[in-house]
Ligand binder design. Structure first.
Ligand SMILES: [Fe+2]
Ligand SMILES: [Fe+2]
Length: 171
């Protein structure tokens, strides 16, 4: 059984993952609106990943005999000044999520809830990948600077991201 405290924390993380999908869906819409379809494509698959994270938490809470509580999902921003600004916000968001996961792990350890601790290890590794892939795109955008041709090239690169094919950044 999950403790009430652990259950609340996992429900909080379920909300954070749903918010992540909502944020990236908003970023997808932004990229669509400025005709950067490759960037939009990258965000589209990011949305699917965050929904998958949400469902992992949802299933785990149920599996442990806990009670799922669906909380209100905050409205994300809808406009950004540039693709660079979007990816800066994305990295900042992923770093925030990493901190939340680390707090959950700390709580699971403090409660001697080993099942939850093991379950959370997947998220710990996933956050390393998330920060790495977002940083990769951010570095490309920074290297490109003001060059318009560079944006087009990155857009073509990000168009290659597909389900289960990694994050589509340059190898
Ligand atoms: Fe996530
Ligand atoms: Fe994420």
């Amino acid at each position: 059984m999950l403790s009430d405290k652990m259950q609340d924390a996992l429900n909080g993380q379920l909300n954070a993952e749903l918010y992540s999908s909502y944020l990236y869906l908003s970023m997808n819409a932004y990229f669509k609106s400025v005709n950067l379809d490759g960037f939009a494509n990258w965000m589209y698959y990011q949305v699917q990943e965050e929904l998958a994270h949400s469902m992992k938490l949802y299933d785990f809470i149920n599996q442990r005999g806990g009670k799922v509580k669906l909380l209100q999902i905050e409205a994300p921003s809808t406009a950004w000044s540039s693709p660079l600004a979007v990816f800066e916000a994305t990295l900042e968001h992923e770093q925030k999520v990493t901190a939340l996961i680390n707090e959950l792990v700390e709580l699971a350890l403090a409660e001697h809830d080993h099942a939850t601790s093991i379950f959370l290890q997947w998220f710990v590794s996933e956050q390393v990948e998330e920060e790495e892939s977002v940083s990769g795109v951010l570095q490309q955008l920074k290297l490109m600077g003001e060059a318009k041709g560079g944006l087009f090239m990155i857009d073509r690169e990000l168009a290659k991201r597909s389900a289960g094919a990694g994050s589509g950044t340059a190898e």
